[in-house]
Ligand binder design. Structure first.
Ligand code: HEM
Length: 132
């Protein structure tokens, strides 16, 4: 088997089309989840998924870059707590596992992708100690 070390995760996931598939599947699950759906009720999903595609692309080393607001700005004051964040990242992992075969991802890819997104976690909730 050839080494995949030099390939970016963006490439591993199938480029822009793969990102699109992943983000659509992810937000399909998030907005159908009883705990999380209320947060997204009044959000224009077209804009959100566009921003998410950029965000995922940048996080996975792709050529598309995130042009949205900072993670803190976007999420502050929404009453997002640890339990919501936990569910959100859990659904991310579920989505990656579910799409794994389709996107031809290794378990390591799934882990790497998950880590690159979940690393933002401490900027999301309102119950993390705020400084300034
Ligand atoms: C690691 C965790 C998370 C990441 C990386 C993330 C990332 C993002 C990104 C990139 C956007 C688009 C920002 C923009 O439009 O400029 C966004 C928007 C949003 N996120 Fe998150 N998010 C995370 C967790 C959560 C959680 C846990 C919730 C709620 C339970 C949440 C609720 C929202 C909502 C409601 C918006 C739409 C804001 C608006 O357009 O009015 N996010 N998120």
């Amino acid at each position: 088997m050839e080494s995949m070390e030099t390939e970016s995760l963006f490439t591993r996931v199938g480029g822009e089309a793969g990102i699109e598939k992943l983000v659509d599947a992810f937000y399909g699950r998030v907005t159908s989840d009883a705990l999380l759906a209320p947060f997204f009720e009044k959000v224009p999903m077209e804009h959100l998924t566009k921003m998410q595609k950029e965000f995922f692309s940048e996080a996975l080393g792709g050529p598309l870059f995130y042009t949205g607001r900072s993670m803190r700005q976007v999420h502050a004051g929404r009453g997002i707590r640890k339990e919501h964040l936990q569910r959100f990242t859990e659904i991310l992992l579920e989505t990656l596992e579910a799409e794994r075969d389709d996107l031809d991802l290794t378990p390591k890819d799934v882990n790497d992708i998950y880590s690159r997104i979940a690393i933002e976690a401490d900027r999301i909730t309102d119950d993390v100690a705020e400084s300034g």
